[in-house]
Design a protein around this ligand. Structure first.
Ligand SMILES: [Zn+2]
Ligand SMILES: [Zn+2]
Length: 121
């Protein structure tokens, strides 16, 4: 076992923070492995993606900006408009086909948000 020739450092010639295609593929493989080991994480992710896809019906909905979310939360007293919880609020489109404007957004906790999407579907 001779290491005399010297091992090439893994990051040789790579700039810090450089994201090569190869590097991104490696990240993807890591995610796959995580999904294999923790199927419940995969299910959760799937649910989230489905939820997001629901918001894209018609292709006109864009996600509200952070500033817009803050305005909506402020208007709604930082409370879930269905149950009054004040945690982890999200913006929900009242009219899923409508525009992403303050008037069409409502603050909901993740739980009520999920319920609303279930009712519509
Ligand atoms: Zn709620
Ligand atoms: Zn929603």
């Amino acid at each position: 076992m001779g290491h005399k020739k010297g091992q090439i450092p893994w990051n040789l010639g790579k700039k810090m923070g450089e994201h090569t295609k190869e590097h991104n593929i490696k990240i993807g493989e890591g995610v796959k492995k995580t999904f294999e080991e923790f199927p419940e994480i995969k299910e959760k992710m799937k649910e989230r993606i489905k939820e997001k896809a629901g918001n894209w019906k018609g292709g006109i909905i864009r996600f509200p900006s952070i500033a817009m979310k803050r305005r909506v939360f402020e208007r709604d007293n930082y409370e879930c408009q269905d149950c009054g919880l004040k945690i982890d609020l999200d913006c929900h489109h009242l009219d899923p086909k409508g525009l992403t404007v303050d008037e069409n957004l409502v603050s909901l906790c993740p739980n009520c948000h999920r319920l609303r999407h279930r009712k519509v579907a």
